[in-house]
Design a protein around this ligand. Structure first.
Ligand code: ADP
Ligand code: MG
Length: 301
């Protein structure tokens, strides 16, 4: 490969809205046969909005949203932003957490007004040894388990809220698929790539998004280290794997892929871990980058 031809490709990359880390990236871009897509913020807009608040029996609905929102105010996750914004618009100023910890791909916990609060995946409850509530008796108020099941059925992302050792309710948020995602998936297929949807979110939510954009293969409920393992497994099967992601939770997987692709609006950690960044935040730019690399490398073979 002549360096001149490669640099032309790199320059044109910027024109199609792709920033390439170095000319050698074009070679891995040309070779990929599998493209793993993160869901939230990559295939979907990642701008989530509050869909429903389900307090557990005896819990005030406003209090549930207020405490969860106060804690989530300190997190940048799309789920967190939706909950914090809804709480702020309803209650104005929110209490500031006294301690706060973000757990990538899981949720957050911290101290709000003296309560030890957690918001996140139901899996966090077991970690904290919090008993999940038993399913409600028929004819009584719906339980936390019922709310989670109903939200999964509706294809919405639901998180549990707990404080002081008890589950206090469920908050659901909704996200929308980016307008260009379905077209990008069908063009990736036309280029011979198999698309796979990879997410930390619930299987049913992932299936709904996959169906909407035309992806058959879904790997859901995966923690950040699990995402990297999925990439490693696919590579061990002899595939040449591109991974597209935006979040802190995608960074290890992006670094592990043959070709890491970050969304331009993604976290700095994701961008640093990647070989290529999509400036417009739009999967069609990944299609352009693959076409460009095939054309450029084609001229220098
Ligand atoms: P994705 O793989 O789709 O980008 P993540 O791995 O970032 O999703 O998150 C997976 C799940 O972890 C979310 O669907 C949510 O249930 C939970 N989660 C992560 N961060 C938070 C947070 N700050 N607050 C509440 N839930 C969170
Ligand atoms: Mg994401």
């Amino acid at each position: 490969a002549t360096p001149t031809a490669l640099l032309v490709g790199t320059g044109r990359g910027a024109q199609v809205g792709v920033l390439i880390k170095g000319p050698e990236v074009l070679e891995s871009t040309r070779r990929v046969d599998t493209i793993v897509l993160d869901k939230t913020g990559t295939v979907t807009t990642g701008r989530m909005s509050l869909a429903a608040v389900h307090p557990a029996a005896g819990v005030d609905e406003g209090e549930l949203l207020r405490l969860a929102g106060a804690l989530e105010h300190a997190s940048e996750h799309p789920v967190a932003r939706a909950i914090a914004e809804a709480a702020a618009s309803r209650f104005g100023d929110l209490p500031v957490p006294e301690a706060f910890e973000n757990r990538a791909g899981l949720g957050v916990h911290g101290v709000v007004e003296g309560h030890l609060v957690l918001v996140g995946r139901p899996a966090m409850l077991a970690e904290w040894a919090i008993e999940p509530e038993p399913a409600a008796e028929p004819g009584t108020e719906a339980s936390v388990a019922d709310a989670l099941a109903a939200e999964a059925e509706a294809g919405r992302t639901a998180v549990v809220v707990a404080w002081d050792g008890r589950v206090r309710g469920v908050i659901a948020v909704a996200d929308a698929v980016k307008p260009t995602s379905a077209a990008a998936v069908s063009r990736l297929r036309a280029l011979g790539l198999e698309p796979i949807l990879l997410t930390g979110d619930h299987e049913q939510v992932a299936r709904r998004v996959a169906a909407e954009v035309g992806i058959d293969r879904v790997i859901a409920g995966v923690l950040p280290e699990g995402k990297a393992e999925v990439i490693a497994d696919l590579r061990a099967q002899g595939r040449s794997v591109a991974m597209v992601g935006d979040g802190v939770n995608d960074a290890v997987a992006l670094a592990r892929a043959d070709l890491g692709i970050a969304m331009g609006a993604g976290s700095d950690v994701a961008i640093e871990a990647s070989d290529l960044t999509l400036v417009r935040d739009d999967l069609l730019a990944a299609v352009d980058a693959i076409r460009l690399s095939r054309r450029t490398m084609g001229t220098i073979r």
